[in-house]
Design a protein. Sequence first.
Length: 226
Amino acid sequence: MHSVEDEIAQRRKDVLARIAKAASSVGRQAGDITLTAVSKVQPDDRLNAMLSAGQRIFGENRVQEAQQHWSERRALYPDLKLRLIGPLQSNKAEDAVALFDVIETVDRPKIARTLAQAMEKLGRSPELLVQVNTGEEPQKSGIAPREADAFIQAIRTEFGLSPVGVMCIPPADEPAGPHFALLRKIADRNGLAQISAGMSNDFETAIRFGATHVRVGSALFGDRVN
Ligand SMILES: *Cc1c(COP(=O)(O)O)cnc(C)c1O
């Protein structure tokens, strides 16, 4: 009896209500927290339903999939904002700069330099966030926490970039709170306003620890189907 549209609209309403509740529990305004709908590996009918529900900010992991999802839809929704939340390879940097409004995964000098060159060439300047590997997991992208300050300084001075925030993905098997707290400290001491933290399982915790942007996939769209 329920359509994809109704289901998606209801899920979004629920997530927004949970965001508002978590915000107010720590004296923050719901409007200070931005919901990024993570649309990787989601079918077209759900993407369209999410747009119909009013969602305009989307996160994608891969440049190529993001192009497939959004290149045409973008013309229909001029207020769409696309955020790259997955690791970026140098050979995809130009495509990423051309498509995304925000790149959340700047994490090494080489990609910073390549992005700076692509931005110059295309005359387009997506907002940049520095990804921090707060759990220092070898398989995960991100700059190590103790190297973060120097890295942020270096990309400002060497490449002329002006990062606006930080993001992290805490280890799956640890409480996320301490990771969010560490990320917030790094943001604060480097004068960075955007804190991208929290996914379906822990976005309320992230909000309590200061996240300004939460990246929610399965809680919004339903499970990813491959
Ligand atoms: C997939 C993904 C998300 C969303 O994950 P859910 O658990 O489905 O909410 C958020 N952030 C990143 C970096 C992701 O890769």
